[in-house]
Design a protein around this ligand. Structure first.
Ligand code: UDX
Length: 435
């Protein structure tokens, strides 16, 4: 299949390279000329297991350009993969999306299939068709094809997706959707071809359900702390019931990243517009914010003055083993500490460059190459994401390197019984004190 992909961020790039590896002919467009020159040189700019290898092997099936006319004019199938961030009020900022539509209107010279991968509000598929066809000689088949990939596991998610969802409004649209699903060559995957409104809502409903699950367990973690129970034991026992399951049941400092916070805020806004009770999702966001305050209050009640402390930070990405610091709970905590004049020594295996850019080379942040540099002579260490490397640490590593081993673990990486000899603060569990 010949496919043009507009927007080579996470979703666009992973889909482009994956589809190319299956023999499809892909044109990838991005407005960012640096990104395009790197890709032309064969360099993948994001950390995703296996992606660079696929580009190395199948680059012949890919052409990268930052000339939108060149990418759009002769395209039959155009995937829109630009980001749709949150506005201040939580509603979806569609300016990038409409820029793409304007480019399509300017450049196309034939009927085209427009496939929406960007997350957009309900009704946007139909509005897109109207917008494109207004004063145009051409017809556009607009198909919603929401993306469910998870960073760090993106290729795995494309090879073995749980499901493929397409939103269409005609039988021709349904045929195009079938051809697209075949282009992914996935076997025995439920493919649902449904209305565009259903497809648009399925994306929000799925992400917000997972966010709700996290906030639910985090709310229970608050209760555990208050009554002396242990959230890890409680969630483990809950997860043995297959109706509940174990995924997205880890208590911590809350969810971040480019999807859950944005999509939850958007669905709150959408429900409000339709006059539907949105108090559940508002609570999901409130609990998510509260997790940080509760965690940090425990720290600030112990440490009043921070300027003379060496504070270590392990993990800045929004989740472990990924380079993305967008909406990371870790960076919120770092700002809270910096606002109180703290000096931070920071390590994350993949996210250091992005963190450095975010904090514009802040004079109170020192970036180091090893976990041991963070631990050495530290007064206190925060663990803020679930990198595999951090999980390997033992109590002895903290005891032998730190001034006095005091840990604030925002991701509950260790069993309480393994933290003997350390002052160990975590989420929804009793504090372990040094005897
Ligand atoms: C998520 C969805 O999983 C994916 O299907 C969708 O397409 C995009 O959003 P992603 O943002 O890559 O993917 O990360 P995910 O692994 O889902 O984690 C999101 C956040 O929730 C992270 O901050 C993570 O630390 C947090 N989380 C996750 C928890 O706090 N507890 C959990 O049990 C699971």
């Amino acid at each position: 299949m010949d496919i043009t992909i507009i927007g080579l961020g996470y979703v666009g790039l992973v889909n482009a390279i994956f589809l190319a590896s299956l023999g499809n002919n892909i044109v990838g467009y991005d407005i960012d000329k640096n990104k395009i020159s790197l890709l032309r040189e064969g360099v993948v700019s994001i950390e995703e297991v296996g992606l660079q290898d696929l580009l190395d092997k199948f680059h012949k099936n890919l052409r990268f350009t930052s000339n939108y006319k060149d990418s759009i004019r002769n395209a039959d199938n155009i995937f829109i993969c630009v980001d749709t961030p949150s506005k201040e009020d939580g509603s979806v900022d569609l300016s990038n999306f409409y820029n793409v539509l304007d480019n399509i209107k300017n450049a196309s010279n034939k009927d085209q299939n427009i496939i929406i991968k960007s997350t957009v509000p309900i009704g946007q598929n139909k509005l897109t068709k109207q917008y494109l066809e207004k004063d145009s000689l051409f017809k556009y088949e607009v198909i919603s094809f929401p993306e469910f990939l998870s960073q760090g596991k993106a290729l795995e998610g494309l090879i073995n997706p749980y499901r493929m969802i397409f939103g269409v409004s005609s039988s021709n649209g349904a045929n195009v959707a079938k051809r697209i699903s075949q282009a992914y060559l996935t076997k025995k995957v439920p493919v649902m071809i449904t209305s565009s409104e259903n497809a648009e809502l399925i994306k929000y409903a799925s992400n917000c359900f997972l966010a709700t699950k996290i906030s639910y367990i985090n709310n229970i973690s608050q209760l555990c702390k208050a009554c002396g129970a242990d959230i890890n034991k409680v969630s483990k026992a809950m997860s043995l019931d297959p109706r509940i399951g174990s995924e997205f049941l880890n208590a911590g400092i809350g969810f971040g990243g480019s999807c859950f916070p944005k999509d939850t805020k958007a669905l709150i806004n959408i429900e409000q517009r339709y006059g539907v009770d949105n108090s559940l999702l508002k609570s999901v966001m409130k609990i998510n914010d509260d997790q940080i305050s509760i965690f940090m209050n425990e720290f600030f009640s112990k440490f009043k003055r921070l300027s003379n402390l060496k504070i270590g930070i392990l993990g800045v990405a929004f989740k472990g083993d990924c380079e993305d610091v967008r909406n990371s709970q870790a960076t919120v905590i770092m700002r809270m500490l910096l606002d109180k004049n703290a000096k931070l020594t920071v390590y994350d295996p993949l996210a250091m460059d992005n963190c450095e850019n975010l904090f514009s080379r802040h004079q109170h942040i020192k970036y180091v190459d090893y976990i041991s540099d963070v631990l050495k002579d530290a007064d206190v260490v925060f663990i803020l994401n679930d990198c595999n490397e951090f999980k390997e640490l033992k109590a002895y590593d903290f005891i032998s390197l730190m001034k006095k081993p005091i840990i604030f673990d925002g991701r509950n990486l260790f069993k309480l019984e393994d933290m003997i000899g350390i002052e160990y603060h975590s989420i929804g569990r009793n504090v372990v004190l040094i005897k």
